[in-house]
Design a protein around this ligand. Structure first.
Ligand code: TXA
Ligand code: MG
Length: 353
């Protein structure tokens, strides 16, 4: 299959390109497009065969459901039922934006989209290109992150090309995304709201919106899962975002100690003939030597760390390093989402200082 790439600077001025993309979607094809979080791999969510193609293109396990992207509130009622007051408040407060809600699904949503669950994941993205694509095509678009299953989510059209060239019909290149890690997922299908995946919209922000406690799926930040403790978002059980090199996180509250430990670990590996990568920050990158050092962002600005994370992991795949040692970050609000992704990428290998 020949994958067509179209660059779009202004989605309001280039509706001819969006019309081409929406024709592909209506015909049951696959189109990758940017959202504010990461690039998505889109198909018609209500077309069983089209949604099914996503799994083949990504090599994704079929029990891992997809997020349905919408552009206006009336689309929610096509997809979901039993929408609680809390759910309405949360959607009104955070949409369009980096938040996915889980609601009870309507029959019209096929099993290929929901992985056979009786709930559906819905998100209204704030990215103008994504919004225009949904508006112009008039369909609900199922879209997981546009990476091969098990690779870091794509934050540029180039990343999508690396994984999807020849496997999908079209890539809409809207430039690099702004947030860089996937949406927060909150389950609102039962009485108590539960965060299934941390993201830019935090627990505190959700609690403020509904004036009551929001739980966090306890398996999110811990290593491994017990048999009777599977995560509620099926995708969270896979070792996602895994770089090719063996990644360890070095933790500790004293950054000088962390830097020294990373240098010591890197030297040990280099001296035995391995290629070593170090994930540093703008503040620390000058401190390291004799390794491939990449800065993930500014320690003083969490958003920059999130935006840099997946790109750095992909860069290290290209460098073919054997070992990667990474600095770690505070697990406060947005930091919890960053550390959740880093811990998963590292397969929970932590070296404490
Ligand atoms: O930011 C995002 O959410 C991006 C962009 C493209 O919108 N999409 C994304 O999709 O991250 P994906 O497929 O990579 O992750 C979807 C997650 C998976 O962990 C999946 O198991 C979970 O959402 N999920 C989907 N439907 C669900 C449901 N009904 N119940 C529980 N978890 C669900
Ligand atoms: Mg994904």
């Amino acid at each position: 299959m020949n994958t067509q790439i179209l660059k779009i600077e202004d989605p309001f001025e280039e509706s001819d390109k969006l019309l081409l993309a929406s024709r592909i979607l209506k015909d049951g094809g696959l189109v990758a497009f940017p959202t504010e979080t990461v690039y998505g791999l889109g198909a018609d969510a209500l077309n069983e065969a089209a949604a099914g193609k996503i799994y083949a293109a990504k090599g994704r396990p079929s029990d891992n459901p997809l997020i349905v992207h919408i552009s206006n509130m009336s689309m929610v009622d096509k997809l979901a039922e039993e929408i609680s007051e809390d759910a309405r408040r949360i959607m009104n407060r955070f949409w369009p934006g980096p938040l996915t809600v889980i609601l009870k699904k309507r029959k019209a949503v096929p099993d290929a989209t929901t992985g056979g669950l009786n709930t559906v994941a819905i998100r209204m993205p704030s990215h103008k290109l994504a919004q225009q694509l949904i508006e112009i095509s008039g369909i609900c678009i199922a879209a997981p992150s546009a990476n091969t299953s098990g690779r870091p989510s794509p934050t540029t059209a180039d990343h999508v090309m690396q994984d999807m060239n020849g496997r999908i019909d079209m890539i809409l290149d809207g430039g690099p995304v702004s947030i860089g890690i996937e949406s927060t997922i909150v389950d609102l299908s039962e009485d108590e709201p539960v965060i299934l995946r941390p993201g830019y919209i935090t627990k505190t922000m959700l609690e403020e919106a509904i004036g009551k406690k929001v739980l966090i799926d306890p398996v999110i930040l811990q290593k491994g899962f017990c048999k009777d403790q599977a995560p509620k978002a099926p995708g969270m059980k896979y070792k996602h975002y895994a770089p090719k090199g063996d990644l360890s996180l070095v933790t500790g509250s004293d950054i000088d100690k962390v830097v020294n430990k990373i240098q010591e670990l890197a030297d040990e590996k280099t001296n035995t003939g391995y290629q070593v990568g170090i994930i540093a920050t703008e503040e620390t990158k000058m401190c390291y030597q004799n390794a491939i050092v990449k800065s993930i962002g500014r320690r003083s600005d969490e958003a920059s760390v999130a935006a840099g994370l997946y790109g750095v992991l992909r860069d290290f795949d290209d460098e073919e390093v054997d070992f990667i040692f990474s600095e770690s970050f505070e697990q406060d609000d947005f930091g919890q989402a960053i550390m959740n992704r880093l811990l998963k990428a590292a397969g929970y290998q932590i070296i404490a200082t």
